[in-house]
Structure formats: C-alpha cells, structure tokens
Ligand binder design. Sequence first.
Ligand code: AMP
Length: 398
Amino acid sequence: MRQFKTIDDLDLAGKTVLVRCDLNVPMKDGAVSDATRLERSALTLNDLAAAGARVCVLSHFGRPKGQRVPEMSLKPVAEAFAEVLGRPVAFAADCVGPEAEAVVGGLKDGDVCVLENLRFHAEEEKNDADFAAKLAALGDIYVNDAFSVSHRAHASTEAIARILPAAAGRLMQAELDALAQALEAPEHPVAAVVGGAKVSTKMEVLGNLVAKVDLLIIGGGMANTFLHAQGINVGKSLCEHDMADAAKDILARAEAAGCEVALPVDAVIAREFKEGAPSDVVDARAVPDDAMILDAGPVTVKHLAERLKDCRTLVWNGPLGAFEIKPFDDATNELALAAAALTQAGTLTSVAGGGDTVAALVNAGVHTEFSYVSAAGGAFLEWLEGKDLPGVAILRAA
Ligand code: AMP
C-alpha cells in the first residue's frame, strides 16, 4: 500500500491544481537547450489537463536568492513547455499577487499556465508560512512532482502541503515507488555500490546502508581510504588519511549488522591523472609508492559481477574509478553492463542515482537498462542517508 496520495485519488475536474515541478532546464543563449525535464514533467500535466483540471505550474530556476534576476525568468521555459505539451501555456510575471491571480483566474478546464520563478521571493527558501498561504490561495489542490527539490523544506515543497490537499505527481510517484522497492521493502539479497571520490562526503550513506544491505561494494577513491585503514599502502592515490578511523568504524558496524563489505582486490594504477596515461593492473596490496589507483581491476569486477547474479536488488551511487578519463571507466562500465543485463533478464531490480552516477551510466550506455535511474542529486543522496525528506514526509502526512 502506498503511503501517499497520487493524482488518481483526487477529484480534479474544474479544480485549480498547483503543481510543483523542477523546470531547472539547461539554457543556451536564452533558449532551452535540453527539454528532457519538460518532457518528463509533461506526464503529470497532461494527466491533470485530461482530467479537466486547471493546471498551474510552480517552479524555481537557478539561484536568484530572493532577487528578480531577468536571466532567471521562467518565461522562455514556459514557451518551450508549450511546444513540448502541444498546447498554449500562459505565463504570469509573478508567482503571487495580482499578476498571478489574473492569469490563474483566466484558466479554463484543461488549460495550463506557468508562474514566474518562485525564488524571486526570498520567502520561498525560508519555508515562509505567509508566502505559502499566498501561493495556496491560487488553487484548490497541491501536487508535488519535484523529488529533486523535496530534500529542502521550502514554501512550495513543504509549507504549502500543510494548507491544501496534497498528492504526488507521476514523476514523484515513480521515484518514491522505485526507492521503496530498493531499500524500504526490497527483495533480498540487496547489494549496494558506493563509489566516488571521498569517504567524508558519504559517511552517512555508508552508515545507513550497512544496516540495510547484505553486500556493500565500496569503490572509487573512497575505497583507497578503506584499504589504507586496513594497513594497505595506496601510494599516491586519493586517500583521506584522517578518515581511517571512520572507515574502520563502518567496517565494524557492517560486521555487527551481518553486511559483507567488498573492497577492490586488484587495481588499475597510473603515475599521471590524464587520458591515455600508461596504466598497469596490480594486486591491491602491491601498489607502488609512486603510483595511484584510478580504477578497480578486472579480477575485482569479475568477482563482483558474479556476486550480483545472486542478488535481487541493487542500489548504486558513485563510480568505481575516475570514469571521466579513459581507460579508467572500465570497471564502472563492466559492472554497470553486468547489472543492466541482470535487470533485463528479470533477476535484479536496479536503482541508481546521484549526479555523477547518471553521467557514469550514460557513459556505460546502460542508463535506460536499469530499473530506475534518479536524476535527483542531493535529494537522492539524502534518501540514501536514510533521511526523511521534508517534501516527501508532508505528502505522507497529507
Ligand atoms: P562523487 O561525486 O563523490 O560520486 O565522486 C565522483 C568522482 O570520483 C568522479 O569525478 C571520479 O573521477 C572520482 N573518482 C573515482 N575514483 C577515483 C580514484 N580512484 N581516484 C580519483 N578520483 C576518483
């Protein structure tokens, strides 16, 4: 049973629905250069319009910090949205007050409008109750379709949901269902891959995962810190020497929780951090003093790919190596391919997320072959840390 309402639970005909979207699309020379986010947001808007709702889109754009910054206007985004939706999209030059009221008041059933950047008002990021009340006064129902900003308690993600009947939009619904399947009620055995540069940025992620997963695969620069904590020389590798005790603590907690931790047993090393730098494969315990580990080695990857065959669920955040530089993307690519093949064969539910992870899976060519890939960066990490995101918690309470 879902713990939150969706738009299927609401009576929408003739109602004005305020939909929080994430319209933070890339722009070039004043025009939208990648409309993917708009195309994804269209799912919810089309369903609402088809149900006879009057649709009013709320979003932030960039970081104007409470100032009216013309380059951060949502007007060009609203124009691009009209093309994506194949219908007119009205635009209000402010998100509250008379201009917003006039545009929203002019909507007919099935019409869509976009309101100007919420963050032109400092109250938005302060989760200000009066500002939320002004937004709420524009509509009858609130729909949150912006998981990527729901780790922030802002007026348009949190306070507003205390005022109006609230539900999850289609993207939010898909995201929450996928995340629940991955960690809240997963099929065991569950594996997690945590890679990336530094242990210090992922301590809470590791702490949460050791209590929830059966196999924790640690890769990337952060694996070096774990090797070092075990007394293994990592040469000139990226390594947070001051995090050795923290790494040991994670290993102890994993052992106590019955979570197996897999570290690289071999490594790809180089003397320079650049494309095509001469590289070698060595045992992880035999890294020369003047070399750095830039990727997990082939024996490690083969072993991990074998282990994934016995797993039913996989959560992935962070690359296994310096994937932006060839050939140090090999381990990430190989393991991602193995996970994608198991997913496609139906034995593995695979959920991945976080900024670099999406780029790494795109590089591996498998981002559409995982069960779910979250485009949310900070929100996905906070979820992985086990935190209750304010914008999601309030939907559950609605
Ligand atoms: P994160 O943002 O924490 O997921 O870290 C991603 C970054 O970690 C990428 O830019 C990778 O290049 C980097 N990275 C992964 N493995 C290594 C490594 N062995 N040495 C240096 N950087 C690495």
